[in-house]
Design a protein around this ligand. Structure first.
Ligand SMILES: C[S@@+](CC[C@H](N)C(=O)[O-])C[C@H]1O[C@@H](n2cnc3c(N)ncnc32)[C@H](O)[C@@H]1O
Length: 211
């Protein structure tokens, strides 16, 4: 079992800077809003934000869909403490757990969304995580992954030069994420949208669990 764990900003001591960096430098709300639009969440659906970090997307999900049951899960108790503080007064459930062994029974969720998490996982853990997502989704449930994706232009290819040296991120830039999702059993795997961010090309990939 792989034990490599990469916190939100690679080093735990940088975690307090995560929210300002994402908000002001990465303009996170722009692409997180797109992810929520694609996910087509209906009232009373059960939604998991996998690797929720400090809970910004989780809170946006709850605000956009107050009648949905939203759960945020992350492997790092430090970011979960920040998320809990940010979400006082809401009914969001916060859980600690690992992507490679999700702490939920089979067929629990209608939607699993995950933002900027997959590039933190080793190749082996990416495969395990997608199998776990498949297991915890209900039949016809859908997965939406927002993360670094294959570059489509020479500018974005250049932007990825440094970050692709890391094993975990190279899988994303090599366009392997849709393949891993398909291998886990999903159908209808496709890139719903791609766009350029200051750190490189991002894409939203959607997939469905067949019956
Ligand atoms: C870059 S942050 C993204 C946080 C949030 N989803 C967002 O979009 O702002 C990556 C998150 O993935 C979590 N993470 C990394 N490896 C994980 C694993 N194996 N299981 C669960 N969470 C993990 C980290 O703790 C961190 O909070």
């Amino acid at each position: 079992m792989s034990t490599r764990y990469i916190p939100a900003l690679r080093f735990k001591w940088l975690t307090p800077l995560y929210d300002p960096l994402l908000k002001w430098v990465m303009r996170e709300e722009t692409f997180k809003r797109k992810l929520i639009q694609h996910a087509n969440i209906q009232p009373n659906m059960k939604v998991l934000d996998l690797g929720c970090g400090t809970g910004t997307l989780t809170l946006m999900l709850k605000r956009a869909h107050p009648e949905a049951q939203i759960t945020g899960m992350d492997g790092d108790s430090q970011v979960l403490d920040i998320a809990r503080n940010k979400s006082r007064g809401t009914t969001i459930q916060w859980d600690e757990g690992l992507a490679s062994s999700l702490p939920y029974p089979d067929s629990t969720f209608d939607r699993v969304v995950t933002s900027l998490v997959i590039h933190h996982l080793t190749k082996e853990d990416k495969r395990r995580a997608f199998k776990e997502v498949y297991r915890v989704l209900k039949p016809n449930g859908e997965l939406y992954v927002l993360d670094f994706g294959a570059p489509h232009t020479s500018l974005t290819r250049f932007m990825t030069t440094y970050m692709r040296r890391l094993e975990e991120t190279a899988d994303n830039f090599d366009g392997l994420i849709p393949l891993f999702i398909t291998e886990a059993g999903f159908g209808g795997v496709e890139e719903a949208e791609n766009f350029i961010n200051i750190f490189g090309p991002l894409s939203i990939i959607k997939a469905k669990k067949g019956v």
